[in-house]
Write a protein that binds this ligand. Sequence first.
Ligand code: KG4
Ligand code: ZN
Length: 338
Amino acid sequence: MYILGMESSCDETSAAVVRAQNGRLEIVSNIVASQIETHRLYGGVVPEIASRAHIEAITGVTDEALSQAGIGLSEVGAVAVTAFPGLIGALLVGVNFAKSLAYANNIPLVAVNHIKAHVAAAYLRDDAPRPAFLALVVSGGHTALFNVTDYTDFHEIGATRDDAAGEAFDKIGRVIGLPYPGGAALDRLAATGDAHAIKLPSPALGADTLDFSFSGLKTAALNYINHCNQQETPVPRADLAASFTEAVVGGIAKKVEAALLQTGTRTLVMAGGVAANSHLRRRLTDLCGRLGVRFVVPPLSLCGDNGAMVAAAGFFEYQNGNFATPTLNASAADEPLA
Ligand code: KG4
Ligand code: ZN
């Protein structure tokens, strides 16, 4: 069957067609219209502008996904849409579009959790992992560890208590003059600096929890920058990028190791925009190698927001019979609206 996946939770409008055949998922088309250039002017995502841009892009993106796939709506077996969490105005565009499309064409509709969709991107690999596994979701909006016991069953065992890792990368990127979103540029800059030049606090909280806190680390880095400015000495940008990255990567690796040992899981899946970070990938590859754990990351092109991951997650909701009704509403929170 073909699943049409739709994503509009933040600053990417995306539609994709995924084919499910003999238990395997394959991308047939995946169209992503990014608004990054628009939001760059403001140094971050402006929710109202995002909603308007989704409205402008969504019809064309969907037409393109179907046309590249060479199928019509009559061949779509399910429409899957990100319904939560995210920016409410942005989500509403995708949800209402998908609802109308499904209703008018008599196609089953499934609501998808954006966080589960990031993890489902791993199922689009040729060597797709199978639950149970440990999932680390690191994105602009989330940093959390889940015990994934089945395709649709996620149990959170650790999470950030404040900012997300991507948010922290973007904030530091911005203050050292990198264009929004700073994550990818900071990744490259960090490769040229000394990771031990500046001492910064770890985002890993105490030994009795798998939670994180990035706000202290962010404040320490900002204080360091302010101190340099007061002393009228140039900020050593590469060393700061490298030291900041080291603190983030070290803190995440520490909690991932604790979670792997605690749960006895033999597979780790990392997903979300920050999963593209080369330093984090390397550190977790080494950790998993040392522990004899299989480490799976979605293809780089599927780490950021896209419709294909939504279609993949939607397929498993469909298989479970979790259909949405025409009363489906979007929710900004991690939970669907009751
Ligand atoms: O998953 P995503 O596309 O959107 C959310 O659901 O939040 O993640 C976007 C985040 C941004 O904060 C961006 O800076 C970060 O992913 N990011 C990276 C890298 N590439 C993207 N962060 C660190 N290193 C990267 N290479
Ligand atoms: Zn995302």
